[in-house]
Design a protein around this ligand. Structure first.
Ligand code: C5P
Length: 230
């Protein structure tokens, strides 16, 4: 089993590139950001106010319920990474501007991270959702702490990054193209970097700065890194 860990800030193109990389090698794909987004979406759905001083206990209980009671189904197929909650497709809702602007409140709570990290390790080991793993001999997992915390022993570890103005421009472009609305990536990175370290590469992690690369060049660079590891 080859595990490819890809970390990086918001707006760097991690999801698009990671999905294409998983598809290229026939691996499963795990979007850990989507798990934190689903957790924030679920808390809001339960009526928890994420604008006020966060009620950490209520948030932790809600998140534990989401993950232990099997409500959430992460689409691990890079060709169809649909995320469902109790059978409802929530893939778009979790990318709304409202979720984007509240997700860091939820992901900043350490016990919440412990629940999600355990679930992510199970997915990466092929223990959760074994059907989705039957089509591959590896997994590409992307997020903020995959190379450092979730899978520091992954066979391939990459920090995908780009200059802040390039990342904000990419997000603005996506919003204009009809995606879920404005996303203040600088604000989110600042909040996220208090709990995860994704702005500089840890020891043994390869940095790929794609500020001056197009999608295909970024993908080819990552394909080369995986090819060297298999
Ligand atoms: O990757 P994406 O931008 O969708 O991630 C959404 C949010 O989930 C991040 O802003 C961060 O708060 C949280 N996150 C995290 N650790 C990860 C992945 C995402 O804290 N491994």
């Amino acid at each position: 089993m080859i595990r490819v860990a890809i970390d990086g800030p918001a707006g760097v193109g991690k999801s698009t590139t990671s999905k294409a990389l998983a598809k290229h090698f026939g691996y499963a794909y795990l979007d850990t950001g989507a798990m934190y987004r689903a957790a924030a979406w679920w808390c809001m759905k339960q009526g928890i106010d994420l604008d006020a001083e966060p009620d950490e206990q209520a948030i932790c209980e809600a998140v534990a319920q989401l993950f232990t009671e099997d409500h959430l189904d992460m689409g691990l197929d890079p060709e169809n990474p649909t995320i469902t909650c109790d059978g409802e497709d929530i893939s778009e809702q979790i990318r709304s501007a409202e979720v984007s602007s509240h997700v860091s409140v939820v992901s900043g709570i350490i016990p919440v991270r412990h629940v999600l990290i355990a679930a992510q390790r199970a997915y990466m080991a092929g223990q959760a959702d074994p059907d989705s793993f039957s089509h591959g001999s590896g997994v590409v997992a992307e997020g903020r702490d995959i190379t450092t915390v979730v899978a520091p022993d992954a066979e391939v570890r990459v920090l995908l990054t780009a200059r802040p103005e390039v990342r904000q421009a990419r997000r603005n472009g996506q919003a204009q193209a009809g995606a879920a609305g404005a996303d203040d990536v600088a604000k989110r990175d600042k909040a996220d970097s208090k709990v995860t370290s994704f702005l500089t590469a840890a020891d043994g992690v390869v940095t790929v700065d794609n500020s001056d690369m197009d999608f295909q060049q970024t993908l080819d660079t990552l394909i080369d890194l995986v090819d060297k590891a298999i």
